[in-house]
Design a protein around this ligand. Sequence first.
Ligand code: HCA
Ligand code: CU
Length: 391
Amino acid sequence: MSLERFAIIESTLREGEQFANAFFDSDQKAEIARLLDAFGVEYIELTSPAASPQSCADLERIARLGLKTKILTHVRCHLDDARLAVETGADGIDVVFGTSSLLREFSHGKDIPYIIDSAIEVIEFIKRQGLEVRFSSEDSFRSDLVDLLTIYRAVDKIGVHRVGIADTVGVANPRQVYDLVKTLRGVVNCDIEFHGHNDTGCAVANAFCALEAGATHIDTSVLGIGERNGITPLGGLVARLYAHNPAAVRGRYNLPLLREIDNYVAGLVDVDVPFNNYITGFTAFTHKAGIHAKAILNNPSTYEILDPADFGLSRYIHVAHRLTGWNAIKERAEQLQLSLSDSAVKVVTSQIKALADRKRLTLDDVDFLLREYHSQLVAADMAESIEAVDR
Ligand code: HCA
Ligand code: CU
């Protein structure tokens, strides 16, 4: 498996541009590229220079920024597009052709021998220019397996650097991805890339299974933005890989930058970062039920597989509700520097639960009840001392 040897191809500036709300101007693209480079992704993929004059100019600009990450562009399997792409200063070119019977019949109308011939022509041309080249088949999971393997074998033989499997319509499940990548691994010697759409919520799992089966490169975009509901999100893939090997992921990527990247792109495309987003969603590190809170306070690993500190974030224990427990309330009392015995905290916890059954609480309500009970105890203590002096 290539879980220890993989590269991220970050496609916010290509697939992400196909998101309904995306319109990045040149400076915004440069800033996204700079952030992704600082995060440490191995590749950034940009829209084809054939798409528009500005797309071409932006690609040239980003290729000149001198980033550590390699710059790729994504073109149709066509010599004219490839010629334009090699002039831009990109490090590599991702070539794509639709191979499913649906696309062959209703999109480009070409047969398999034609696809192989043009793939060979374009790949050989790009290689002669000294650039990295990948060949991918759009809609791989609805393509005939024999057709697919015939094409990949042919392009591998002439030395393509990578072949790509694309789940263009998000139809594949993890086991299918595993099987196809495993089969392909036995057929080609070159690297294998996986590009997965998220129509049925499998994009992260599919990407992980692709790596387990021997894929070497995974396509992502920030927040998963792309055509329809998008592709494997960068943060989701990072979370999955971190759960597999935290030290390796910490060592490779600048994890605390993820939040800024998600927020920046969310702002540009006019969406909120979803509450349940991997790592950066606002509830990603919030613990609520009393039983969870108690264990988390004793040892965060009990209910956390991602350490928020590694991402520059902190966990939050939500105490103002009816599911709260006295351990969490005690922690809150300590934060407020109120010294209360365990039995006193238990009394206040019952008060909090009773109030929470009547209305939606805020942290202020909890703090008020804690402070009030604390002052009552202090007052009672004082009264007792005065009585003792009087006696
Ligand atoms: C599309 C193309 C693509 C290409 C993926 C790839 C897809 O927009 O339809 O080059 O591997 O999903 O098939 O994004
Ligand atoms: Cu896609």
